[in-house]
Design a protein around this ligand. Structure first.
Ligand code: HEM
Length: 423
């Protein structure tokens, strides 16, 4: 869905931002459009009766995320855990200050813009391995392929041995969307427990290893993180490793998949980028805005607070719908158009404020590398089946995207990141 039918927007009574099934079968952009126009701070309840507010305007979502003094992350940040996250207060994304800074500041150094830029050619080698012969013709499921991009981006940085990379994406996705048929291994709770068990066992082993011998990786940095005079416990270390893995694996592939879908739907956009790879950096930012892999981010009010003109009570849950904010027409001209040259592009796909995505730089690098590889090696991108969307109100996911990449004149200059393309 590109532009909602503005003559036929849903009524408020028809809107349900919780139901995960709706995200699998339809776009929620018409609903978010209605809410931005008519009910920018909107109350709803989960099926279990937990009430949450939804904000959909760019300004309100930014305010919510920036104001970490009055809106806490330490209860839980996604609707699926409206009753409270079991890792609350223990992982970087679920901590408030000052503990949050104790973990975030040292961790940031392992994936800064400079580190990510310096690692670009190493990432390219990993990406080329992931792509294999996929760009040489024949049908591939791009969603399956893209699932391996995050570890190409941060597997080394986190400290996960390469031998474990192939199996992790599926386990991680089962951890975030256990009800989705693509990841399900029986009942949702069994799927979740099984996935957690395997991932936690791996990180427990890696933490023990690093305790004996530090390396140049995130796990080693976390071991030495200082939270006001105390270290993270073994359990907290493993949970934090899990958070980093989940942060990477659940989001990055979705940007790539949505970008390919745009190129399929709009071959002119693909030709434009292919002919002018100088557009790669802005196209990546536009893909982030377009895909907005995390539909929402939740916070809990620590005190009574006015947001978007509505009084939020202490303890209330508030969801900032990033996906809706990134289509706000007061901020983005023609928000439903994919413009690979869009600038400025102040999208909120990485969030904003104290918890802004720490993995943004490596994610941007792996997406740029992917796009450069496509520009250098592919002529046409042709659909080979219908895309399948994820059953999740949190991740804007594509679980299957059959596609054929028809090879074009290869240009090593482009593949190496030069600004011109030769055909
Ligand atoms: C395109 C890719 C990505 C997108 C769209 C994305 C999105 C986000 C968003 C929206 C947040 C803010 C969460 C909040 O405010 O509650 C976040 C935080 C986070 N992301 Fe990412 N992410 C991406 C890639 C990555 C990667 C590659 C990593 C792994 C290193 C990662 C790890 C994290 C972590 C650990 C946090 C928590 C940061 C904190 O609380 O200080 N993300 N991400």
């Amino acid at each position: 869905m590109i532009t909602p039918d503005l003559e036929n927007l849903p009524e408020l009574g028809e809107i349900d931002l919780y139901d995960p099934e709706r995200y699998r079968t339809s776009s929620q952009h018409p609903a978010w459009h209605t809410l931005r126009l008519r009910a920018p701070v909107w109350p709803q309840s989960t099926p279990d009766g937990d009430r949450f507010w939804s904000v959909t305007r760019f300004h309100d979502v930014s305010t919510l995320l920036m104001d970490d003094k009055r809106f806490s992350s330490a209860y839980g940040t996604i609707l699926a855990v409206a009753k409270g996250d079991i890792a609350a207060g223990k992982t970087i994304n679920l901590m408030d200050q000052p503990d949050h800074a104790g973990v975030r500041l040292p961790a940031m150094r392992t994936m800064s813009t400079r580190v990510a830029r310096d690692r670009k050619e190493a990432v390219r080698r990993h990406v080329r391995r992931v792509l294999g012969s996929a760009l040489d013709g024949g049908t591939v499921d791009f969603a399956e392929l893209a699932a391996h991009l995050p570890l190409a981006a941060v597997g080394d940085i986190v400290g996960i041995p390469e031998s474990a990379w192939p199996g992790l994406p599926r386990l991680a996705m089962a951890g975030v969307a256990p009800g989705d048929p693509s990841y399900s291994a029986g009942a949702e709770s069994d799927t979740l427990t099984g996935a957690h068990f395997e991932i936690f066992a791996m990180f427990t082993e890696l933490v023990r290893e690093r305790r004996r011998r530090r390396r140049d990786d995130l796990i080693s940095v976390l071991l030495d993180a200082d939270l006001g005079g105390r270290r993270l416990s073994e359990h907290e270390l493993v949970l934090n490793c899990y958070s980093f893995l989940m942060g990477a694996v659940t989001t990055t592939p979705q940007v790539a998949a949505h970008l390919i879908q745009v190129f399929i739907d709009q071959p002119g956009t693909w030709r434009r980028v292919r002919q002018d790879p100088a557009l790669v950096p802005t196209a990546v930012e536009e893909a982030l805005r377009w895909a907005s892999p995390t539909n929402h981010l939740m916070r809990r009010a620590r005190c009574p607070v006015r947001l978007g003109g509505t009084l939020i009570d202490e303890g209330d849950l508030v969801c900032g719908w990033v996906a809706a904010a990134n289509r706000d027409e007061t901020v983005f001209a023609e928000p439903y158009a994919f413009d690979p040259a869009r600038q400025p592009n102040p999208h909120l796909a990485f969030g904003v404020g104290a918890h802004r995505c720490i993995g943004g730089p490596p994610a941007q690098v792996v997406l740029a590398v992917l796009l450069e590889e496509l520009c250098g090696r592919v002529d046409e991108i042709v659909p080979a089946g219908a895309p399948v969307h994820m059953r999740s109100n949190f991740i804007n996911g594509i679980t299957s995207l059959p596609v054929e990449f028809r090879p074009g004149g290869r240009s090593e200059r482009v593949a190496a990141g030069a600004a011109t393309v030769t055909r």
